[in-house]
Design a protein around this ligand. Structure first.
Ligand code: HPA
Length: 290
């Protein structure tokens, strides 16, 4: 091997990220997003709160994988909220849709390339703790990756980040403290725990749920981890929030459905969006956005 490692990436990931970022910049002008918001199933409504917004549908963005799931409208919205310039992903793709982890995490890379130094990742998740009622919000303290593909598999491009990123503080401790302060001030009950990413698209079996409880997870879902990994790879700081939309399979004995997931997410919408507003205001106030 000769030369820097980035020249060995046949995928040209770096160039593809720049190409997508260039298209976004051509639409939003000089505003550089400070915060990226990845909005999970049923949680995309926050994008409508952004002011002076510019929306770009994913099909207009080169390299963006296209969603196939009902209820996952795919669009990027850039706008201002609580003094922060934000770029929100309304809808994301999942591994179970047939994309690999590199493709699934590509949009997150573009958001960081656009300048976002804080990435707020949200999702709908099943609760592994029987005492957590559907509608509970959980701050993600850490994660367990049970997906069968990794977004950093393949040649590493040193311009994006290191070959072996540290994950000791994947979910930035200072920002977790900030989120807890905001929740407390708003009177929102916020749990904290470990998110496990499962491949899906089946929900877990009761036996898998017992396994996930034993290995130390508190909430289970089918997303988030690839995006957090690439955000950390690129040096952004991460906040993760799960909306516990249902008790995981076998806890109640009732069958799970996607409708239950989206209905619970809709029910907590105003609380969830109020929390995001508070987080943005606190990030600005505490000068966390540089
Ligand atoms: N399991 C996996 N993913 C989910 C769940 C669940 O119970 N609820 C929402 N997303």
């Amino acid at each position: 091997m000769t030369g820097p490692s980035h020249t060995s990436d046949p995928d040209d990931l770096y160039e593809r990220i720049q190409a997508a970022a260039t298209v976004v910049r051509s639409r939003i002008g000089a505003r550089a997003p400070q915060v990226a918001l990845i909005l999970g199933s049923g949680l995309g409504g926050f994008a409508e709160r952004l002011e002076d917004a510019v929306a770009i549908d994913y099909p207009e963005l080169p390299g963006f994988p296209q969603s196939t799931v009902h209820g996952h409208a795919g669009r990027l919205v850039v706008g201002t909220r609580k003094g922060a310039t934000c770029v929100a992903m309304k809808g994301r793709v999942h591994l179970y849709e047939g994309h690999d982890a590199r493709a699934v995490s590509f949009p997150a890379r573009v958001l960081v390339a656009l300048g976002a130094r804080v990435v707020i990742v949200t999702n709908a998740a099943g609760g592994l703790r029987p005492e957590w009622a559907p509608g509970t919000l959980m701050l993600i303290r850490d994660h367990i990756d049970m997906l069968r593909d990794h977004p950093l598999r393949g040649a590493n491009d040193d311009r994006l980040g290191p070959r072996f990123p540290d994950m000791t503080t994947a979910y930035t401790p200072a920002l977790r403290a900030l989120v807890k302060d905001v929740a407390h001030a708003q009177g929102i009950h916020l749990e904290e725990g470990v998110y496990v990413a499962m491949p899906g698209p089946t929900y877990e079996t009761p036996a898998e749920v017992r396994m996930l409880q034993i290995i130390g997870a508190d909430a289970t879902g089918m997303s988030t981890v690839p995006e957090v990994v690439v955000a950390r790879h690129m040096g952004a700081r991460v906040i993760g929030i799960s909306c516990i939309t249902n008790k995981a399979a076998g806890i109640t004995g009732e069958a799970l459905s996607h409708e239950e997931v989206t209905e619970t997410a809709a029910r907590v919408r105003s609380t969830f969006e109020g929390l995001l507003d508070g987080i943005l205001a606190a990030l600005v106030e505490r000068k966390e956005l540089g």
